[in-house]
Design a protein around this ligand. Structure first.
Ligand SMILES: Nc1ncnc2c1ncn2[C@@H]1O[C@H](COP(=O)(O)OP(=O)(O)O)[C@@H](O)[C@H]1O
Ligand SMILES: [Mg+2]
Length: 259
């Protein structure tokens, strides 16, 4: 068996502005195949903007987004839509991200095939992802309000997984949750890392969690990547002043050992 080592995601010279404000500047990011990469930086540094630009929620002023080696802006609409499915973005807020009027089964079926959004047509795939995120099969018939924040985040993960993406972008997906629930979700992500083919871009301001979950880390400051490398190397011997300050400001990393 040959292993596909094409990076699921690369950005080249990405610039994003909102009005006159430049929010991302010359962002060159590579997420290697089968790898978890942490994206850290203080609030407002542009992490979410980067994730959202990659999945097409924002459009860059200039620059390229390559999904599995192919520039999403150089292909036709249909091809682009197919490529977009390969990269799934999981937002921070588990309360606004699920449609309140759809059962979980409908939401999952719709993710898989918007034109045939009947859960009965996708029973096997739905059962498989619910098992992957450790939710009961009865979840399918229920509505989002019947679940806790942590369970909703599992559902959001399932909705991403059902498309068998090459990359999942998890944007602060535990920051709205209680600490004990956070650990559960992180443990789940860790087990998924080991069992699925996808890479993970894990956006977080918690440096300890990034170290526990990721092999590489990318440090962003005011819309610029200031440093990247293996997590252990960067944390042990940060090269950039901003990374040093970020590491020095970590309160305590207790409670986040995932073992
Ligand atoms: N849709 C938007 N319109 C205008 N400004 C935005 C928008 N989204 C984010 N910003 C601004 O872009 C900057 C980066 O935000 P964001 O990407 O959310 O940072 P982070 O996720 O690192 O906290 C911030 O100054 C924010 O106010
Ligand atoms: Mg953000």
């Amino acid at each position: 068996m040959t292993v596909d080592t094409t990076p699921p995601l690369e950005t080249r010279g990405l610039h994003v502005s909102f009005g006159h404000a430049a929010v991302l500047r010359d962002v060159n990011l590579t997420v290697p195949a089968h790898t978890a990469v942490g994206l850290v930086g203080e609030s407002g540094s542009g992490k979410s903007t980067l994730g959202k630009t990659v999945v097409g929620i924002h459009r860059p002023r200039t620059g390229q987004v390559l999904v599995h080696g192919e520039d999403v802006f150089s292909v036709g609409k249909r091809r682009r839509a197919a490529m977009r499915r390969q990269v799934q973005y999981i937002p921070q807020d588990p309360y606004s991200s699920l449609s309140p009027r759809r059962t979980i089964g409908q939401t999952l079926a719709e993710a898989l095939d918007p034109r045939r959004a009947d859960p009965a047509d996708h029973e096997e795939a739905i059962a498989r992802v619910l098992e992957q995120v450790r939710l009961d099969a009865s979840t399918t018939a229920k509505y989002p309000h019947q679940f806790s924040g942590g369970q909703r985040q599992r559902i959001a993960i399932a909705r991403a997984l059902i498309l068998r993406p090459r990359l999942m972008i998890a944007d602060e997906i535990t920051s709205a949750l209680d600490v004990s629930v956070q650990a559960e979700i992180l443990t789940l992500l860790r087990s998924l890392e080991a069992t699925i083919e996808a890479s993970l871009l894990f956006i977080s301001h918690n440096l300890a969690v990034v170290q526990a979950l990721c092999e590489y880390v990318v440090v962003m400051h005011q819309g610029v990547i200031v440093e990247q490398g293996r997590v252990d190397d960067v944390y042990r011997d940060p090269q950039h002043d901003y990374t040093r300050r970020l590491l020095a400001s970590v309160p305590g990393s207790e409670g986040f050992s995932l073992d």
